[in-house]
Design a protein around this ligand. Sequence first.
Ligand SMILES: C[S@@+](CC[C@H](N)C(=O)[O-])C[C@H]1O[C@@H](n2cnc3c(N)ncnc32)[C@H](O)[C@@H]1O
Length: 468
Amino acid sequence: MHSQISNFLPPLHLLACPNCYAGVDEGLEPHNHLCKHCDSQFFNLDGIACWFDSAMDQKTVWEHHLAVTKQMAEQNSQMMSQALQSPFTLKSTQARVQQMHQASNQSAGAVLDLLINAGLTPKMHDMLPPQDSGLFGSYFELMHRDWAWHSFKNDDFEDENLQQFELLKSIAQKSIKDSQNIGHVLVLGGGAGRLAYEFHQHFNPKSTTVLDINPLLIQSAHQVVNRKQSIRLDEVRKYPQINVDPSFERTLKLPKNHKECENLFFMVADAYNTPFKQQQFDVIITPWFVDVVGVDMKKTMGVVHSLLKPGSTWLNFGPLLYLDKLEYAHKYHQTEVEQLLQNLNFNMIQQDSKVMPYSLSPDDKRQQHEQIWCFGATSPKQSFSELSQQTFSNAAGINLPLWSLFTHLPIPKFKIDEQTHPVLKAIVEQIDGQTSADEVALMLEGKLPEHLNPSEVVCTLILENILK
Ligand SMILES: C[S@@+](CC[C@H](N)C(=O)[O-])C[C@H]1O[C@@H](n2cnc3c(N)ncnc32)[C@H](O)[C@@H]1O
C-alpha cells in the first residue's frame, strides 16, 4: 500500500456529484470524495476516484467479488495440484499442468495484489451470490493487449493498439476543429486505457479523463501510467495450440516511446450516471463501447450529447457487436445510427471502416478480426429546449416530438384538463419545461414490469392521453 495517497482527480470544474449533480461551488468536495449537498460519500482506490450514486454499496459488492475471485483461484489451484498427483498423469501432461498452475497462480495473485494494495479488502457478503460474477474476469485480456504485447520482440508483430490509433487519429484530425489545441477529453468505457493514452500522448489536450466501470482495468492503467510501476501478469492460453506454450510470462509496462505527460486521469464510475457537469467536454471518445454496454444507443447518444459542449466532437470507434440480450430493434445498423444522429442534429463530419485484428496475442495462432467503424460527429449547437420543439418521422410517417425519441431532452410544458387520471396528473405535474422523460421515469422505478422501459412508458402515456 502506498503510504501517502494523493488524489488523481480530473480538473475540478468538470466534476459533479452523481447523485444530486452538485459541483464544487455547491457542496461537492472532490478531495474528500464527498458531496455535502446531498451527503453522499464516495471512495478512492489508491487515489483513483470511484464515484457511484451508491458508492459504499458498490465497494461492498467489489469486496465480495474480490473474496469470490480469491476463493475460486484457490479452488482452481487445488484442482491443478490434485491433477498433478494422479497416478494416471503422463509426464508431458504433468509438465503442461505444472506450467499452467504456476502461471494461473501468478496472474490470480497479481490481480488480488493490485486491488488489495489499492485499498479493497476481500470480504464475503451473505446477501450477495457466492458465484463468480465475472466482474474481474471481463475484458481481462485488454490489460495484456494494452500494456504487455507492445514489448514483444518479434518484428512481425504489429501492435494492434497502434493500428487502431492510426484510424482514430485520422478521423480525429479531420473532425475536430482545432486538433492542435484540444480542451477537455472524456473517454467512456476506456478499459485498460491504451487508446486513450495514445490519444493523449499525440494530441496533448488540456486533460483526458478515462472512465470505466471496471476497477481492475482502471487500476492496471493507473499503476502503469501514473505510478510508473510495471506489473507482472502472466498469460495463460485457454486452449492448446500447436507450437504454442500453455502460458507466457508477461509484464504490463509503458511503451518504449513514452513521453512524460500530465493531465491524463482515470476514474471508476458508470457512464450512464457520470460524475461530471453537463456540457463541459470538447471531445468524447467511445472506443469499443456503444455496442457492448447492452443499452439502446439512443440513450448513449443522450449521455454524449449532455456532456459535450455545443458544437464539440464525438469520436466513436469500434464494431457493432451488440449483446444478445439487446432488443432486436436496438441493434442498429450503421445507416440507422447515422439517421439517429441526424435526428438529434449531430453533424457527421468524417467516417471510415476497417477490418482490424482484435486482441491478437503475439503468440496466438487464433486470428480474430473485427470490422471497426470510426466516426467523428459534432454535437448540435441548439439548446436542449430548442431541440425538444423538433419532431421526427416514425415508420408510419407520423411526426412525433423529438423528446419522445431522445428521452434525455426536456418535455415542453403543456396544459391538462381537470378530468385527467390522477396517475397522469402526477406525471404531468413533474413537467416544468426542464424535466426529461428519463427524469420523470424515476418516479416509476421499481413500479413497472421489468420488460417495460419507464421512459418509453412516460412518453407513451403523455402522447396517447394528453397530447391526443
Ligand atoms: C469492449 S470493452 C472496450 C474497452 C476499451 N475501450 C478498449 O478499446 O479496449 C468495453 C468497456 O466498457 C466498460 N463498460 C461497460 N459498461 C460500462 C458502464 N456502464 N460505464 C462505464 N464503463 C462501462 C467495460 O468495463 C469495458 O472496459
